[in-house]
Design a protein around this ligand. Structure first.
Ligand code: SAM
Length: 236
């Protein structure tokens, strides 16, 4: 297991402590992508990157030309670290899944504006662009799966209307980081609007109806996408 943040790693170590003891998690180390993956080339049978690649933006990114030096560099290193026939899984949320299917997003004003950064347009965009980037580093055609029964957060957090204003929850959800950044840069107050809307809906007993509406969409369209590609094996 790797992550750029030591804090995330120490939390992860406590979560998978049994697996570490059993030798099933040999590494739990700091790694800042796009650096080479420890272990050397053709080392891993499978690599999974869970909600990380949308952080790999760079000033040279361009969605029109599909130029993403940092993200592509990371994918290239992942490709190199896989054995022939090895599997790469990458988990992301498409913009529509986030904005239409997660109930908190229904309370964020001008939510689409949050996805303007090129790396977010790529990673939360359409399957074709993601596939093109994967093919550029050598992977063949990808498969995308949307598990309809999955929710991103633990159900006790996801459905808990009180958690939705908890500073810990706000800290943990990337969209709120984007919202705060936008407020700071544009002088807007959309974070405050989110809290106000949450409060008003609760007070007027309308929050449950909103959650039900978004839940209906989540169960139909899903709220996350698993992208799978296999490095060509020596037989292909
Ligand atoms: C939404 S969290 C996902 C965390 C974890 N993968 C999981 O499944 O719970 C995003 C993570 O990406 C990590 N991250 C951001 N930039 C990174 C980079 N350049 N290299 C490696 N990890 C990075 C952050 O430290 C953060 O822990």
């Amino acid at each position: 297991m790797f992550d750029a943040s030591e804090g995330m790693l120490s939390y992860a170590r406590t979560k998978v402590a049994d697996y570490v003891v059993a030798g099933r998690v040999p590494h739990c180390e700091q790694l800042v992508l796009p650096c080479p993956i420890p272990g050397g080339e053709q080392h891993y049978d499978a690599i999974c990157v869970n909600f990380v690649l949308h952080h790999l933006g760079s000033p040279d990114d361009n969605i029109d030309t599909l130029t993403f030096p940092k993200a592509t560099g990371a994918l290239r290193n992942i490709y190199d670290a896989l054995r022939k026939g090895g599997l790469f899984l990458m988990i992301t949320c498409l913009r529509q899944q986030l904005t239409h299917c997660l109930w908190h997003f229904g309370l964020i004003e001008k939510v689409d504006d949050l996805f303007k950064e090129p790396i977010l347009q790529l990673m939360c965009g359409d399957y074709n662009s993601i596939e093109k980037i994967l093919m550029e580093v050598g992977f063949p055609a990808m498969q995308a799966t949307v598990p309809l029964h999955e929710i991103i957060m633990k159900p006790q957090h996801y459905y808990n209307v009180d958690t939705a204003s908890d500073p810990k929850f706000i800290l943990a959800v990337s969209a709120f980081a984007l919202l705060k950044k936008r407020d700071k840069e544009m002088g807007t107050n959309y974070m405050e609007t989110y809290f106000q809307r949450l409060h008003d809906l609760k007070e007027s007993n309308k929050l449950e109806a909103l959650i039900d509406e978004k839940e209906g969409m989540r169960k139909t369209y899903g709220c996350l996408t698993v992208i799978a590609v296999q490095k060509p094996s020596k037989y292909t």
